[in-house]
Write a protein that binds this ligand. Structure first.
Ligand code: SAM
Ligand code: GLN
Length: 297
């Protein structure tokens, strides 16, 4: 049995929650932006198979031993750093409930900015759209749910990630997307798009932030020594795949907006703009491939 700091034998629902929250507060004290109490509540509701509201309305209920043991195991895995989304097997993104596992990055709220901008740039028109490095399918599926007539292709180099994205599309009834395996635009030879979105890996391999993210796929997070390597490759090869007037939308690190802007401008993109997420960080940059070609080699 997985060792746990919780003595389960005497605890009712309220006591289990309090013990789990206490354990997570202590274990995650050094982890930035975590929420031990909320995590304990979500994991308890999951282990007991009840809605969260039930935990508060019936704190005196004594859960059966199996459910309490499951909770103890989930708390220990969370204490060891596993994201709650993997423990629950799901994550909310945009208006969608996505299935996730350790083969895909846990979709982040700040990535919704990419979805917002994509919808704003091409309000209603029919569009050919590509999501490069789709992971769980988060961006592509959010766009498909809002714009049923868009022709959306989602790619990834990870076969396991594509399997998760495909399963999410099927579960959400968004089956018209096309999924293609391959590296960045290498998966899309000879094809042209009106809109390309991507949240590529952009954390440097020696960035201490990677340690906190160690349960998520390395392939999703870091391109290696140069944090900008994937962003640069996408920007360099995008002109071969964008229609005139087409847009490239890229998520990047909070300190990478000027580098990404410089790269887009140097490659001949116009109307290059960065946007701030809700925390005030410049998290994404967009650029338009000009209607009059001015390719820069
Ligand atoms: N789009 C998802 C999201 O926003 O939640 C996942 C983004 S995750 C930061 C980056 C994704 O790019 C991962 O799914 C990873 O497998 C994929 N990836 C990494 N290298 C790639 C490459 N060379 N070509 C295509 N996809 C790649
Ligand atoms: N947004 C992730 C993080 O810093 C990184 C994802 C990425 O590399 N695209 O937590």
């Amino acid at each position: 049995m997985i060792p746990t700091a919780i003595d389960r034998s005497t605890l009712d629902t309220g006591g289990l929650f309090a013990a789990g929250a206490r354990r997570l507060r202590a274990a995650l004290a050094q982890v930035p932006a975590c929420s031990p109490d909320l995590d304990a509540e979500l994991l308890l509701a999951h282990a007991l198979g009840v809605p969260r509201a039930r935990l508060r309305s019936h704190p005196e209920r004594i859960p059966d031993a199996g459910a309490a043991a499951r909770f103890g195991e989930l708390i220990e895995r969370r204490a060891a750093g596993e994201p709650v989304a993997y423990l629950l097997g799901r994550k909310h993104f945009w208006t969608l409930e996505l299935t996730v596992n350790a083969a895909v990055l846990v979709p982040r709220p700040e990535t919704e900015l990419l979805v917002e901008r994509a919808l704003a740039l091409r309000p209603q028109s029919v569009a050919r759209v590509a999501d490069l490095g789709t992971g769980s399918g988060a961006i592509a599926l959010a766009l498909a749910s809002e714009r049923p007539h868009w022709r959306i292709t989602a790619t990834d180099v990870s076969a396991q990630a594509l399997a998760v994205a495909r399963a999410n599309a099927a579960a959400l009834g968004l089956g018209r997307l096309q999924f293609v395996s391959g590296s960045w635009f290498g998966a899309l030879r000879g094809r042209t798009f009106d809109l390309v979105v991507s949240n590529p890996p952009y954390v440097g391999e020696d960035d201490p932030a990677l340690e906190v993210l160690s349960h998520e796929p390395r392939l999703a997070l870091t391109p290696g020594a140069d944090p900008l390597a994937c962003l640069r490759e996408i920007i360099r090869t995008a002109p071969d795949h964008l229609a005139q007037g087409g847009w490239l939308l890229l998520e990047h690190g909070a300190d990478q907006a000027s580098a990404v802007t410089g790269e887009l401008v140097a490659r001949g993109f116009a109307t290059v703009r960065s946007h701030r997420d809700l925390a005030g960080h410049e998290r994404m940059t967009e650029g338009q491939w000009p209607k009059v070609q001015r390719r820069i080699a």
